[in-house]
Design a protein around this ligand. Structure first.
Ligand SMILES: *[C@@H]1O[C@H](CO)[C@@H](O)[C@H](O)[C@H]1NC(C)=O
Ligand SMILES: *[C@@H]1O[C@H](CO)[C@@H](O)[C@H](O)[C@H]1NC(C)=O
Ligand SMILES: *[C@@H]1O[C@H](CO)[C@@H](O)[C@H](O)[C@H]1NC(C)=O
Ligand SMILES: *[C@@H]1O[C@H](CO)[C@@H](O)[C@H](O)[C@H]1NC(C)=O
Ligand SMILES: CC(=O)N[C@H]1CO[C@H](CO)[C@@H](O)[C@@H]1O
Length: 632
């Protein structure tokens, strides 16, 4: 071979890099994000502590992302990767790429890393202002609020876990039982409990909480705190941008589309539609995103935002709501920042000056502009539910609890792309393959078709994936998939998709127990026996199984928590006998939050206990058993 100049890359090496890149770029969008890099290390099962992985990812993304757009293109990847060839980072990274098999999460340990991580100052300011306002009246937050947005207050304020718990509960109401938050006379132990509660509840609402631990929050690791807080805030902002929650969104249907097409859109896509709907009504051109389109075409004249504000502002046609006339004179302001400031003054009159400062509008910060528009939508949707005869209203059903639990479970594991609609988003089985890897079923990615799919025959490609997914389930995972074909996944047959997902979640849960028990096989009986033994030892009532009627009161769960961590349950807060439905639910909320507080990652919902749903009951006991086995 010809001798190569230093820094040149051989064709073979290039091939290797391309392969590595496409392995990391799970969603094949041509870019890898830092999350995807983290995922690679995880998949590679590198025996590195979490903080080390974080450092490497940080270092790589800082050097690699040369144009600082938060994404790493293949060219950037090649350039820097090659430059780093001899460094320790490159070696580790290379090792990670070459060892693609074997899945095992790298533990989220949190030693002092000593490295300085970068974070976005604008985002910090925006989140601080949002939290200040959201919790303004909460007496439990007086000790830390209001935070000064220009300081680092936020990173100390989150350290006791209270603010995070409160924000989680605002984003998904009723996630955390108020009674389980430690508020007074905090000690290192009770702070740890609050942080466990916050982290495990974040998982339960579908935040991707990988490589972040209580220590990171206690020490206020800036980029981790901001990352988690953004996920929590975003889930809350997007919660109502969904057709079953707001039927007026059907006004966004376009000619030739049916309801199903609209229901498949992600909340972000719906929000963009909404913005464009109002722009169209105003006779303006459309935008394609809340980043460069806001920045380049528009706030050159801040037109998009001005027009949306003008469209949604109350016109005085609704009783009791006075009209607000948007002053458009700021459009004539020549200076970009000043024009954006004038626009935000108008947003302020609607009570919607949130998340963005003039420079964020001018530069088109994607997160903050998305948040700004989402908040505007939540306050002033300005849509009318169409009175259309052709619409089959009965087909609009919200997500069931079971569906929501599965979805939150997989999102918290960081599947990519994020799942918004359980059926539509699984039609190419890509997410299913990622879940197989999480339960140690090897996936031959060469057999998997990856997006973008060709325009013609795209469904064929997806169907092939689904067939392979079912085959893996039958042959490798040894699931019971009688009567399930790839087509059922592809078409989103509810019963059959749920059957597969349940087996995935169940296996995932059992795997955790088996790993803790040195590989010993675990089944339902093993769990019930462990629960019985633990309860008996503590002098409490046992259960006959996951269908035991006594579970409806949550008493067995509460007793088990108290057996695992003696003295943790405040029995004075609960009622044990002759319970009304409301009292049962009350106990169940307390039980679920307590389980998370002592460190169990429970996804089930209180209603699952009250109604004694055996599958979800099983996961609750299994998670507690996992927690109990770690108790030494
Ligand atoms: C959580 O939300 C529910 C319902 O919105 C509320 O009743 C409860 O007080 C909240 N708890 C916390 C911890 O904020
Ligand atoms: C936003 O949309 C425009 C086209 O309207 C496109 O040129 C630009 O690349 C998009 N920006 C991002 C970040 O996707
Ligand atoms: C889903 O599959 C089940 C079992 O094969 C079948 O009974 C049911 O009709 C299917 N549902 C739909 C909507 O096709
Ligand atoms: C648990 O205890 C109940 C009641 O004492 C008993 O009926 C059941 O068989 C026990 N189950 C196991 C698996 O030990
Ligand atoms: C997902 C998650 O953060 N789970 C945590 C629940 O709480 C325990 C105790 O802090 C942690 O070990 C888990 O990682």
């Amino acid at each position: 071979a010809a001798k190569m100049a230093k820094g040149e890359i051989s064709a073979e090496e290039m091939e290797e890099l391309r392969e590595a890149f496409s392995k990391v770029d799970v969603d094949s969008n041509g870019y890898i994000s830092t999350d995807e890099l983290t995922e690679l290390f995880k998949v590679a099962n590198l025996p590195l502590p979490g903080y080390r992985v974080r450092e490497i990812v940080q270092e790589l993304s800082q050097t690699m992302d040369q144009n600082k757009d938060g994404k790493i293109s293949f060219d950037e990847f090649v350039k820097v990767f090659h430059g780093l060839k001899s460094s320790e980072v490159a070696k580790t990274f290379r090792k990670a790429i070459n060892k693609k098999e074997g899945i095992c999460a790298v533990a989220g340990t949190s030693e002092q890393s000593g490295t300085q991580h970068s974070y976005s100052e604008e985002e910090k300011v925006a989140f601080v202002n949002w939290v200040n306002k959201a919790l303004e009246k909460d007496p439990d937050c007086k000790h830390v609020l209001p935070m000064d947005p220009s300081s680092n207050d936020l990173f100390t304020a989150v350290g006791d876990g209270i603010i995070l718990c409160k924000m989680i509960n605002l984003s998904v109401p009723d996630t955390i039982d108020e009674r389980t938050i430690n508020k007074k006379k905090l000690t290192p132990f009770t702070i740890q409990e609050n942080l466990n509660l916050a982290l495990n509840s974040s998982s339960a609402i579908g935040c991707h909480v990988v490589n972040i631990g209580a220590e990171d929050l206690k020490e206020g690791r800036q980029h981790l705190v901001l990352g988690l807080l953004w996920q929590i805030i975003k889930i809350g902002l997007l919660a109502d941008i969904e057709i079953s929650r707001n039927e007026a969104l059907i006004a966004l249907l376009r000619d030739g589309e049916n309801l199903e097409d609209l229901m498949k859109l992600s909340p972000e896509e719906l929000l963009l539609r909404w913005a464009n709907y109002h722009l169209e009504q105003a006779g303006c051109s459309k935008i394609n995103n809340f980043s460069s389109d806001i920045k380049v075409k528009y706030p050159k004249d801040s037109k998009a935002y001005y027009n949306i504000l003008n469209q949604v502002a109350p016109k005085g046609d609704e009783e009791g709501i006075p009209p607000i006339v948007i002053d458009l004179s700021g459009l004539r302001e020549k200076d970009d920042l000043k024009r954006a400031e004038c626009m935000l003054d108008q947003a302020d009159r609607l009570g919607c000056r949130q998340f963005v400062m003039p420079p964020d509008v001018v530069r088109g910060n994607p997160k903050l502009n998305l948040a700004f528009v989402a908040n505007l939508f939540n306050k002033y949707p300005a849509l009318k539910k169409p009175e259309n005869q052709d619409i089959d209203w009965s087909s609009i059903e919200g997500e069931t609890r079971e569906e929501r639990t599965f979805r939150n479970w997989m999102n918290s594991l960081g599947v990519n792309p994020r799942v918004n609609h359980l059926y539509g988003d699984l039609d190419d089985a890509l997410v299913i393959f990622q879940l197989y890897e999480k339960i140690k079923v090897p996936v031959d990615w060469d057999k998997v078709n990856k997006p973008p799919y060709p325009k013609l025959g795209s469904n064929m490609k997806k169907l092939e994936n689904c067939n392979y997914a079912v085959e893996l389930g039958k042959k490798e995972a040894k699931f019971s998939l009688v009567g399930i074909a790839g087509q059922d996944l592809n078409e989103g047959n509810r019963t059959l998709t749920l059957a597969l997902l349940w087996q995935l979640m169940r296996r995932y849960t059992l795997n955790i127990l088996e790993d803790l028990g040195d590989g010993q096989k675990v089944n339902d009986d093993t769990i019930v026996r462990w629960v019985n033994d633990t309860l008996t030892e503590a002098g409490k009532h046992t259960i006959t199984g996951f269908k035991d009627g006594s579970i409806s009161s949550s008493m067995p769960v509460l007793d088990l928590i108290d057996a695992i961590q003696p003295g943790s349950i405040r029995y004075d807060l609960i009622k044990a006998e002759d319970l009304t439905d409301e009292e049962k639910l009350n106990n169940a909320k307390y039980a679920i939050s307590m389980a998370r507080k002592i460190g169990a990652r429970v996804y089930a919902l209180p209603e699952d206990l009250v109604e004694v749903k055996p599958k979800m009951v099983m996961t609750v006991f299994a998670c507690l058993m996992a927690r109990g086995m770690k108790r030494v």
